[in-house]
Design a protein around this ligand. Structure first.
Ligand code: AMP
Ligand code: MG
Length: 456
């Protein structure tokens, strides 16, 4: 084993978050791979996407109506001669001259000579029997200014311009941009693999019937779901009993991944062995607790792979390897970050969101996303104690009636803390769509106060 076991302290929420973010900056970028555009949804761009042409590539009409010369409409109503009809995807091979207009549809190319589009609503078409042929005319009732209802060539992006930067996570809007730039396939970073290890003698697998004093292992599923939702690859290990050797064997197995999430066994109880076993394996600890609730016992650190390797650079397989596979991890990674998350279901979920998610972002090649914080008005007073930053499961929704002061109308967000039975209350967690943040110096928050929430 290399580094001597280090102990680290219990940090404030801000210090713990900063420690995590500092560690994220040291994580190297993962290797990349080429995938189809839709497979890239949720993944992180490994190189910039550039505009392959101007956006828009032609002056685009944003309304159905008539392409005109604004100067012709200095006094209205004005009658113009209609010289053609332009559908989206087409144009006409002549310019619009003084006194002329071309009927045009939304998305079509505005012809030369025209410098504005007047909406069809402000026009009336009329056929006039001319001397030699039927002439189509339009009467325009409203003036337009030059440029109105036209997006000029390249106004959204110029050819060659970077439209999506490396390191950006691809949501539906980014996928649309890449599609517009002709990227049928796209280069993204490889997904990190995250091993999930639930510990505790009381746990049985979900498919088994628990004995009278046993509970089902739900944390492996909540964490696997959170990992999957973050577009990473979750690998669930078999449940580890509260027994040091078996625990060590399964932690070994977990180190074949890029990050290890352990739940349970990090509190102060007699059978909370995770920290001691990690220490024995040479782990370095960045913190061994955070002044938060839920989640106070959370542990964050890293283990150097070489100390545990069988010489081939791969982690030794345990006698019972479970569902984990060797060689999945990103090549070249020596330091494996780990979290010891409290076993309480809500604590585990909150700690993932607050601390593990940024590391997962970094392992995915992205800059860690900021916490999705928002402000809302507190519906009912909350009483707590000072000393910890609290993240209480809550529901935020928009008010459906005008508040007394009329400000904000029906869209003002209102938040209400759920009645919960403590960190083990899965039902409260399942109903929550955010957490109310109670700062450590507050023992109460009044109804009507504007408060911070973290969305989930
Ligand atoms: P621990 O952190 O090991 O002290 O566990 C705290 C509480 O969380 C206990 O009530 C455990 O039974 C419960 N718990 C621990 N691990 C899990 C798990 N994987 N799924 C559901 N509950 C758990
Ligand atoms: Mg336990």
């Amino acid at each position: 084993m290399s580094a001597a076991p280090q102990s680290a302290g219990v940090l404030s929420f801000e210090q713990a978050r900063e420690t995590v973010l500092k560690h994220c900056r040291q994580i190297p970028r993962p290797p990349s791979e080429d995938v189809t555009l839709l497979q890239a949804l949720g993944r992180v761009l490994a190189g910039p996407v550039k505009a392959d042409r101007n956006f828009p590539p032609f002056p685009r009409a944003t309304r159905d109506g008539y392409a005109v010369r604004a100067a012709d409409l200095s006094s209205v109503p004005a009658t113009l001669r209609v010289v053609g009809q332009i559908k989206a995807g087409a144009s006409i091979d002549r310019a619009v001259k003084a006194g002329e207009a071309a009927e045009i549809m939304t998305g079509a190319a505005v012809p030369e000579g025209a410098d504005a589009v007047v909406m069809v609503e402000y026009t009336s078409a009329k056929n006039t029997a001319g001397r030699s042929e039927i002439e189509i005319q339009v009467e325009v009732q409203r003036a337009v200014s030059a440029g109105e209802n036209i997006v000029p060539v390249g106004a959204e992006a110029r050819v060659g311009q970077e439209i999506l930067p490396r390191g950006m996570r691809l949501g539906p809007a980014q996928i649309a941009m890449a599609a517009g730039a002709g990227q049928a396939r796209i280069k993204v970073y490889r997904r990190p693999h995250v091993a999930i290890l639930a510990t505790g003698d009381e746990l049985v697998e979900v498919s088994k019937t628990p004995g009278p004093f046993q509970i089902r292992n739900s944390n492996s599923f909540s964490l696997a779901a959170q990992v999957t939702a973050a577009s990473a690859e979750a690998m669930r290990l078999p449940v580890a009993p509260d027994e040091p050797r078996k625990l060590a064997t399964l932690i070994h197995a977990g180190l074949a991944a890029d990050m290890l999430l352990i739940t349970g066994g990090v509190s102060m109880g007699k059978f909370d062995l995770v920290e001691a076993v990690l220490k024995k394996l040479g782990a370095e600890f960045f913190f061994t607790g955070a002044m938060i609730q839920p989640g106070r016992p959370v542990v964050f650190g890293q283990i150097e792979l070489s100390g545990l390797s069988n010489g081939s650079g791969k982690v030794r397989r345990p006698s019972d390897p479970g569902p984990i596979e060797e060689g999945n991890a990103l090549p070249g990674r020596r330091m494996i970050p780990f979290f010891g998350l409290p076993g309480n279901p809500i604590s585990a979920m909150v700690c993932f969101d607050l601390f593990a998610r940024p590391v997962l972002d970094a392992l995915s090649g992205a800059a860690p996303a900021r916490l999705p914080v928002a402000k809302a008005r507190l519906r009912k007073a909350v009483k707590t104690k000072t000393g910890l930053t609290r993240f209480l499961p809550a529901v935020v929704s928009s008010t459906n009636q005008l508040p007394a002061n009329q400000e904000g109308g029906i869209f003002e967000p209102e938040v209400e803390v759920l009645a919960w039975q403590g960190s083990g209350d899965l039902l409260a967690s399942a109903q929550a769509n955010c957490y109310l943040v109670v700062p450590p110096d507050r023992d109460s928050m009044a109804a009507g106060e504007m408060v911070s929430i973290v969305m989930r």
